[in-house]
Write a protein that binds this ligand. Structure first.
Ligand code: PEP
Length: 366
């Protein structure tokens, strides 16, 4: 629900907030241009809206309306049935590291998420994590670097290696402990959200679970920041509705991630998935959420990861999630997605290219 409220009516705002909390909602306040501000009730606001006459009677309330249409919690422009529209700011999603620095997705600077597809050993994961930290230090962007590593792996073939589970999470914890960098990790089962979420700084929902609605809602209720990959067969708006499932539980800390689609053309084998870069631009226009790009799962081959990421930078993505390993030898030893990870030296060159693009080209495009 959207409420227009005279600026400075703090006690009415408090009453609205109390009611929102009672129904499991949160409030977002946007400053209007005139004397009215807009209060957006976040989450499933149907019960809240049933108190419309009470709300309209509060001092300073000019109007209250239920937005029409689809993904109201994450939409950039929320419309009401009388044609009223609320234009919202893009959201910044923050993930704090033990180093005390917040990685700010959507804060105007590219965020670099990197690390192994899956932690296999403590030694290898720590080596990769240290190198990620070194890259951050080298370019003075430590507050824009964080780790990835899936301990629970979705695999196409049931006999393939599926990750170390909670032992892998312990390895990611150790990498964070040593480097101070926060990490994101995939959760596949709604029953494990709390267990994994108690450790991870950011949860990841993979392409295969992009429409696992129980999982989306659990992650929404849990409330930690989440990377939501696009389902490889989903239309852009289906992806936004998946995000809406999370937001409807009151969690707006969602980072959308384009990771490529299965198409007729990917059958040729020259890339693993077809990137839909226009969807990145569409997501930026349609939703308030930050959007990142996964060049590794698009490419499926480390030799074309850089090209894909640079193309996505042209679509002004807010960051990237890239698989990295510390040496060529370890790339060969990977038990999952061997071949698509960049060794850290290559990654460092790519980071430099992204930073140059961000400094010299992006300002001319905005
Ligand atoms: C991953 O990032 O580890 C992963 C499995 O990605 P996706 O869900 O995009 O395939």
């Amino acid at each position: 629900m959207i409420i227009e409220l005279e600026r400075g009516r703090q006690s009415t705002l408090d009453q609205i907030r109390d009611l929102a909390v009672r129904f499991g909602n949160r409030v977002e306040l946007s400053e209007g241009t005139g004397v009215y501000d807009t209060v957006h009730i976040i989450g499933d606001s149907r019960e809240f809206a049933s108190r419309e006459s009470y709300i309209l009677g509060l001092p300073g309330v000019r109007a209250a309306w239920q937005p029409t249409g689809g993904y109201k919690n994450i939409a950039r422009v929320v419309r009401g049935n009388e044609g009223k529209a609320l234009h919202r700011e893009r959201r910044v999603v923050e993930v704090k590291g033990l180093d005390g620095k917040a990685r700010r997705f959507g804060g105007g600077k590219h965020i670099f998420v990197c690390g192994p597809d899956s932690p296999q050993t403590l030694e290898q994961t720590l080596a990769t994590a240290r190198m990620a930290r070194e890259v951050g230090e080298k370019f003075g962007i430590l507050d824009r670097v964080m780790l990835r590593g899936g301990a629970f792996k979705p695999r196409t073939r049931p006999t393939d290696w599926r990750g170390l589970g909670m032992k892998g999470i312990a390895i990611m914890d150790a990498a964070r402990e040593e480097t101070g960098l926060p990490y994101a990790t995939e959760v596949m089962d709604h029953n494990l959200v709390e267990q994994i979420g108690a450790h991870a700084d950011m949860l990841q929902i993979g392409t295969r679970n992009a429409q696992n609605f129980d999982l989306l809602e659990s992650v929404g209720r849990f409330g930690k920041p989440v990377i939501l990959k696009r389902g490889f067969g989903n239309e852009a708006e289906e992806w936004f509705y998946s995000a809406e499932y999370i937001a409807n539980q009151g969690n707006l800390d969602i980072v959308l991630c384009e990771r490529g689609m299965k198409t007729l053309y990917t059958k040729g084998g020259y890339c693993r998935n077809q990137p839909d870069l226009n969807a990145c631009t569409f997501a930026r226009k349609q939703t308030i959420l930050p959007i990142i790009f996964d060049p590794s799962h698009v490419a499926g081959d480390h030799r074309i990861v850089a090209e894909n990421l640079m193309a996505a930078c042209g679509h002004l993505v807010d960051g990237s999630i890239t698989e990295t390993v510390h040496t060529e030898a370890w790339r060969r030893e990977q038990l999952c997605d061997a071949g698509q990870a960049l060794v850290m030296d290559q990654y460092s060159i790519l980071v430099e290219a992204v930073l140059e693009y961000e400094t010299h080209v992006v300002p001319k495009m905005r």
